[in-house]
Ligand binder design. Structure first.
Ligand SMILES: Cc1cc2nc3c(=O)[nH]c(=O)nc-3n(C[C@H](O)[C@H](O)[C@H](O)COP(=O)(O)O)c2cc1C
Ligand code: SF4
Length: 457
């Protein structure tokens, strides 16, 4: 899947600013850089590396960069939405010893396919974001942990590093500034759990990719036990544009408390799946329209609004919402990674949940019992319901098990399958009941006859 260009951003209420931040290189259509928007020349033609060059010559005070990020309202784009400026301020930049900057390009959340397109179409912006992050937090090395299957994105990112190095924009004592900063690629091996930041750090250290207990948090005890900042690809790649155009410019793109843009990955039952970088606060209906509407003119039944771990919302709920942190939070779900999966009226929600649970059962790292055992038990029961072999009690047990997993695991992978489980059953219980009705009625009948026999006896 590839991103779309700006001339396709026509909603029914007029044009919506598209591809203003991380995908801005896609607006080079009709210029000399159209064919290779990922090149350094293309990036510099848009003002790329101007912030980094300014930092190298002026040695901007790091706290000013952090203040600008705070004012921009940028929040982590990897899922949790934690304020980025605040996160950067947690790194004890003047403490002695190494500090690290780590970028999360693992992108394993089902439905999410945005970071690979930043690496493919605008890799220099990520390189610049990582160099700025190193300088601001007192680190000399940034590692980009990229999902192993991303052949083309990895090649493009590596090429960007080579170009930046050849241009003298990274290394030791860059342009005699006294600043040292380098960016490296680390290729992962394709485990979903390695997207969780502490599992990622273990994997980067060459250990088993399993999450660590928090606290201590990576800001104090991260890679090799040193202060480490972990952010998502889209988060770091937003930084150069924010510093170049100003916090206000970025904040004003979105709505209050939801500054800037977000890349929405629209998949599922739509006519034209794709990535759309749009202002936060864009109505869901506009995004659906840009994705060509529901497949074959069908009715929308449900939407996973921010990646497979989110609680599901009904189609009617979604049609009334804007896509931002606050609106989705109030509706009982979350913006997450921005992966919107549209589900049409022909789908069985039992089947959708079953498919997701198979994934989570497979991907549990196995460290804690509620997750290792719970993911298997819940997936097994839902498979049984799907086959028409379940009972009403099975439905209740599934919800009960999910509630018991939630909050009782080392990392939020537990919530990642508990939330879909009880929200799908909560919103679409009649579909689960329809599948167990017959066996349940039989069970009731035999219970009844047992009772009457007992009474007779
Ligand atoms: C099971 C699991 C998988 C995750 N996968 C990713 C991922 O692929 N990419 C990502 O950026 N964050 C992922 N996260 C979130 C990270 O732990 C972390 O919060 C994020 O990288 C921080 O960056 P941000 O503040 O820029 O969002 C995952 C979390 C969990 C629990
Ligand atoms: S919740 Fe699951 S994935 Fe996370 S540490 Fe425990 S077993 Fe591993």
């Amino acid at each position: 899947m590839s991103s779309i260009s700006s001339d396709q951003a026509q909603g029914s209420g007029g044009p919506i600013p598209l591809n203003q931040v991380c995908y801005r290189s896609l607006n080079l259509k009709g210029t000399a850089f159209e064919k290779e928007p990922w090149s350094m020349a293309a990036y510099e033609s848009m003002g790329g590396y101007s912030t980094w060059r300014k930092i190298l010559s002026e040695k901007t005070e790091p706290h000013k960069i952090i203040d600008e990020l705070k004012a921009s309202g940028l929040r982590g784009r990897g899922g949790a939405g934690f304020p980025t400026g605040l996160k950067w301020s947690f790194i004890p930049r003047n403490a002695p010893g190494e500090k690290y900057v780590v970028c999360n390009s693992d992108e394993g959340e089902p439905g999410t396919c945005k970071d690979r397109d930043i690496l493919r179409f605008n890799p220099h912006q990520l390189v610049e974001g990582l160099l700025i992050a190193c300088y601001t937090m007192g680190a000399e090395r940034a590692y980009n942990y990229i999902r192993g299957e991303f052949a083309e994105p990895i090649a493009r990112f590596n090429h960007a590093i080579q170009e930046a190095r050849a241009a003298g924009l990274m290394g030791r004592n860059i342009q005699n500034s006294g600043i040292h900063a380098e960016v490296f690629t680390h290729v992962g091996a394709g485990a979903y759990i390695c997207g969780e930041e502490t599992a990622l750090l273990n994997s980067l250290e060459g250990k088993k990719g399993q999450p660590r207990f928090k606290p201590p948090f990576p800001a104090n005890h991260g890679l090799y036990g040193k202060p480490t900042n972990v952010n998502n690809t889209e988060t770091y790649a937003s930084v150069p544009v924010i510093l170049e155009k100003g916090a206000k410019w970025f904040a004003d793109l979105g709505i209050p408390n939801n500054g800037g843009t977000k890349i929405f990955c629209v998949t599922g039952d739509v006519e034209k799946p794709g990535n759309f970088e749009l202002p936060l606060g864009t109505p869901f209906t506009k995004i659906l329209e840009m994705a060509g509407g529901v497949r074959e003119g069908r009715k929308i039944k449900a939407v996973i609004p921010g990646g497979s771990s989110c609680k599901i919302l009904t189609g009617d709920e979604m049609l009334a919402l804007t896509m931002d942190y606050d609106s989705l939070g109030k509706a009982g779900s979350m913006l997450g990674s921005g992966a919107i999966i549209v589900i049409d009226e022909t789908r069985s929600m039992v089947e959708v949940l079953s498919r997701l649970l198979d994934f989570y059962e497979e991907e549990s790292c196995g460290q804690c019992s509620p997750c290792r055992e719970g993911s298997g038990w819940i997936a097994g029961i839902v498979r049984k319901i799907l086959k028409g072999e379940g009972t009403l009690e099975d439905i209740d047990n599934t919800v009960d098990l999910a509630r018991k997993v939630e909050g009782h695991t080392i990392c939020v992978f537990g919530e990642a399958f508990a939330w879909p489980t009880y929200s799908y059953i909560g919103k679409f219980r009649s579909e689960f009941e329809a599948l167990v009705k017959k066996p349940h009625q039989k069970a009731k009948k035999s219970e009844k006859s047992e009772k009457s026999e007992t009474i007779k006896a």
